[in-house]
Design a protein around this ligand. Structure first.
Ligand SMILES: [Zn+2]
Length: 315
């Protein structure tokens, strides 16, 4: 495992513990004027600092929605509080991945964990919102990605947002439902929209700029921030065009020996179908088609059952 540089400092968010909703680290602002119900969330994974930086900035700036309702949530604070720069991958979660528990049978079921308890606290806010942004980052160096879940409507929303360059439509995670797929967010016929931005490698300085820039644009597109505020706080030039990768399959590691046979930089493209790209115990994984895009390949912190890479095509 390589040891990435830690360029971002985790902000002290303790001052945001007491929100105004009765749930720790969840703040809600009602404009008193009809409008969209919007939610922005960071720290779904406790070691993804860039989103915490963006929401800490938003709350410190005393931003208020001009209409509708805005919910600002720091999700897995219990994991975040354990962040240790000398062992930075460990703070992703405490008991289990918070972003795999959002199906009703799990969330409303009998099982208990730190993350399930937190998801049960967050659920009313998620379900009552209609536009959702979940801010993440990645274990390996990679250009920023917008994960649009499984729904084309979310990709269209990301195109309206204009950032980042690469959009991803995928097949979900075999390990469980993500927040952005929950309920109406994951149904084609629902007007709800949800986006999950991967801002780059967890601890690179630019991830914070991507997080903040995406947050500002999202609040503008959602309609709760006016154009003047958006223009004053965006930090990055939007890409000249956006490209969509449609993921067709996730490759899940079955053994601790999973390793790649090809370079795993960012969004690399393997030209030929049938090219071996990884081995996992006795199994060899090959590309399913020509020009296969390797999405978020990585073995940092990979365990059996975890997604090692997703395979897709540029459209
Ligand atoms: Zn994440």
């Amino acid at each position: 495992m390589n040891a990435p540089a830690i360029e971002l400092a985790p902000p002290d968010i303790a001052r945001w513990r007491a929100g105004n909703t009765g749930v720790d680290y969840v703040h809600a602002f009602d404009a008193g004027v009809p409008g969209p119900r919007v939610m922005v969330q960071a720290l779904t994974h406790g070691n993804e600092i860039c989103g915490a930086i963006a929401l800490d900035w938003l709350l410190a700036s005393a931003f208020r929605p001009r209409c509708g309702r805005l919910v600002v949530a720091f999700a897995n604070v219990a994991a975040y509080e354990r962040f240790d720069a000398s062992n930075p991958y460990a703070a992703r979660f405490v008991d289990e991945d918070l972003n795999r528990v959002w199906a009703d049978d799990v969330l409303l079921g009998a099982r208990e964990s730190r993350e399930l308890r937190r998801a049960r606290q967050l659920r009313p806010f998620v379900d009552a919102s209609e536009l959702l942004l979940d801010i993440h980052s990645m274990s390996e160096p990679c250009a920023a990605l917008m994960v649009c879940g499984t729904q084309d409507k979310n990709a269209a929303f990301a195109r309206a947002l204009g950032v980042p360059e690469v959009l991803l439509l995928d097949t979900g995670h075999p390990g469980g439902l993500r927040m952005v797929e929950r309920g109406g967010y994951g149904q084609a016929a629902s007007p709800k929209r949800a986006l999950l931005v991967e801002c780059g490698q967890h601890w690179e300085r630019s991830a914070a700029d991507v997080a903040l820039d995406t947050l500002v644009r999202f609040l503008g597109l959602a309609g709760v921030a006016d154009a003047e505020w958006v223009g004053a706080h965006t930090r990055l030039e939007p890409p000249p065009r956006q490209r969509l990768v449609r993921v067709t399959q996730a490759v899940v590691a079955r053994t601790p020996q999973f390793r790649f046979l090809v370079p795993t930089a960012g969004l690399s493209v393997v030209a030929r179908a049938g090219t071996p790209i990884a081995v996992d115990g006795e199994r060899t994984i090959v590309t399913p088609y020509d020009d296969t895009v390797l999405v978020m390949p990585g073995t940092n912190n990979l365990q059996p059952g975890g997604t090692a890479v997703r395979l897709g095509r540029f459209e």
